[in-house]
Design a protein around this ligand. Structure first.
Ligand code: SAH
Length: 343
């Protein structure tokens, strides 16, 4: 290899390393504008730093430095007269924009996730959950004790679910089922999408009591109360009966194998041979290819003690709970549908 090529390769590695460090700074800076609601303030037109600082009660010169940095990476754009405007990226941080990532950004980069990531080393050294070690409770207890953060997390899940609804319903046909039970269905975002697309289908959303009151309101607001029941409980104890499809979206990845098997067996108990288990989770590729799931997996390591799984791991997990994996259906997003049937 020529010296020049050698040097280019060196530079590329160095740039790549700098980029990794930068990514951390960048994501925290984006968190700041999401939390302050800056994209909301800009959605109807550009504004100056002083206007933004006044509206968010922040220190204008420091806020300016954050905005300038973000305008250098496409999150914002500068306009004439020292104004800033939104770009397609920051439009995704506008509250209630289609597929808004505002609450996900705030939840992932602030309050509970950020300290847990700061404690990643604890998980790596001990195998324990970094979050639990830092906060002396698990994430679900934390949300129950801090309802505002819990509400924000539910909004973040609903926002993401809105973004993934189409990806899921366009590759999976729910029309053959009579009733789907969404286990850990949060505020019912997925069920709402499915019911709207399948007018004859009925559904149950099942989640923890502190979550389900919010679910009831959202289902009613969507005009679906006649076709969708909301029930609360603990999925480690039991899940509602009567479904011919059991949906588990972003549930199994929260738990280790033993706990996942408990949830799956509770579903299995109510299922007949021709009913279906529909798990929606990321599936980790078994090669070195870059994939969202591999870092999402670290998020599970620090937050919940769960994990993202490979197809082989899903197959084994399902087998232990009395299911046979039928197929893995990819979607346009880095999340897949893993379909199984009782054995
Ligand atoms: N399926 C939803 C929410 C995923 S987040 C979505 O994709 O948007 C995980 C959900 O599991 C949360 O709503 C949480 O309240 C619920 N959950 C956690 N522990 C639970 C338990 N023991 N019983 C029932 N639900 C539980």
């Amino acid at each position: 290899m020529s010296a020049a090529l050698e040097r280019d390769k060196q530079l590329t590695a160095q740039e790549a390393m700098f980029q990794i460090i930068l990514n951390f700074w960048m994501s925290r800076a984006v968190y700041i504008i999401a939390k302050l609601g800056i994209p909301d303030l800009l959605k109807d037109g550009p504004k100056t730093t002083n206007e933004l600082a006044a509206a968010t009660t922040t220190h204008a010169p420091s806020l300016y430095r954050v905005l300038r940095a973000l305008a250098s990476v496409g999150v914002l754009k500068t306009k004439d007269e020292g104004k800033f405007e939104v770009t397609p990226m920051s439009e995704l941080l506008v509250t209630n924009a289609p597929g808004s990532l505002r609450w996900f950004m705030i939840s992932e980069l602030g309050q509970e996730h950020f300290p847990a990531w700061g404690n990643l080393m604890h998980s790596v050294k001990t195998g324990e959950i970094a979050f639990d070690n830092f906060f002396n409770m698990n994430i679900w207890e934390y949300f129950a004790k801090n309802p505002q953060d819990g509400a924000l997390f539910n909004d973040s899940m609903s926002g993401l679910t809105a973004a993934t609804n189409d990806a899921i319903t366009s590759v999976y046909d729910f029309s053959g089922f009579g009733k789907v039970v969404d286990v850990g269905g949060g505020h019912g975002g997925l069920v709402t999408g499915i019911l709207k697309k399948n007018p004859n289908l009925k559904a149950v959303v099942f989640d923890a009591p502190e979550v389900i009151s919010g679910t009831q309101e959202k289902i009613a607001a969507a005009g679906l109360s006649d076709r969708c029941e909301t029930l609360s409980g603990d999925f480690f104890q039991s899940v509602p009966s009567g479904g011919d499809a059991y949906l588990l979206k972003w549930i199994i990845h929260d738990w280790d194998d033993e706990k996942s098997i408990r949830i799956l067996k509770n579903c299995r108990q109510h299922m007949s041979a021709d009913s279906r288990l529909i798990v929606v989770d990321t599936v980790v590729p078994e090669t070195d290819e870059p994939h969202f799931s591999k870092f999402f997996d670290l998020n599970m390591l620090v937050m919940t003690g769960g994990k993202e799984r490979t197809e082989t791991e899903f197959r084994q997990l399902f087998q232990s709970a009395g299911f046979k994996l039928l197929r893995v259906i990819p979607t346009d997003l880095p999340t897949s549908i893993v379909e199984a049937q009782p054995m």
